[in-house]
Write a protein that binds this ligand. Structure first.
Ligand SMILES: [Zn+2]
Ligand SMILES: [Zn+2]
Length: 218
């Protein structure tokens, strides 16, 4: 049997109440000195509602306690005692169940707190990633814009190069025709072979011109 207030195993003297509960002598004294309310059913208790019980009676008590009592009263008392015992076992079971439920609830709450914490961590990481993705998208957009600008510049430079090539070709042909017209009259005046004044000179308009090599420097 256990005390219904502190749930420790009872030995020796205990106190039973009229409301059907069992207390250790220390808790019975505490209840009487406080508000007098039963810890299980809240019924107000006084000394007259409490009766001392010997949890482990000796053989003398067992042999003589019911001596002289009629079997009807004895059976009634035995029935009440057995019902009290069953009530105590039910109460103890309920107490154990409540304790297990409490422990489970505590574990659940702990797990839920951990789960919430993890969820928050994941959410924060997700937000960080989303922000990074957004920044990268912005960067890609900027790069695409730069690329387009460069392509436009390249097209413009190519156009300018083509124009310069045309101008160069035109100037070159003008130069060639001017050179021919400058040399031919001299040959007429002096029939002897004269050295061509331009033949020894490297042609500066030829291969050293970077524009002629097709290299476009942007
Ligand atoms: Zn107790
Ligand atoms: Zn009670």
């Amino acid at each position: 049997m256990k005390c219904n207030a502190c749930w420790r195993e009872l030995e020796g003297q205990a106190v039973s109440t009229t409301c059907g509960h069992l207390l250790c002598t220390e808790d019975a004294k505490k209840i009487l000195s406080n508000d007098g309310a039963c810890p299980i059913c809240d019924q107000v208790l006084s000394k007259s509602h409490m009766r001392p019980v010997d949890i482990n009676p000796n053989d003398d008590w067992t042999n003589m306690a019911m001596a002289g009592v009629s079997p009807q009263i004895l059976m009634k008392s035995a029935y009440r005692s057995v019902m009290f015992y069953i009530g105590q076992k039910e109460l103890e079971m309920q107490y154990k169940m409540n304790r297990i439920v409490g422990q489970c609830r505590q574990k659940c709450e702990l797990m839920q707190a951990k789960f919430t914490e993890k969820l928050e961590e994941v959410h924060t990481a997700y937000q960080k990633m989303a922000k990074r993705c957004q920044l990268m998208e912005q960067e890609i957009e900027n790069l695409m814009r730069d690329k387009q600008e460069l392509q436009e510049k390249f097209a413009e430079k190519s156009r300018q190069k083509r124009k310069l090539d045309e101008m160069y070709d035109q100037l070159r042909s003008e130069y060639e025709s001017a050179k021919r017209s400058a040399i031919q009259p001299a040959n007429n005046y002096f029939p002897r072979a004269q050295p061509n004044l331009f033949s020894g000179m490297p042609n500066i308009m030829d291969s050293n011109d970077p524009l002629r090599q097709g290299n476009l420097i942007l």
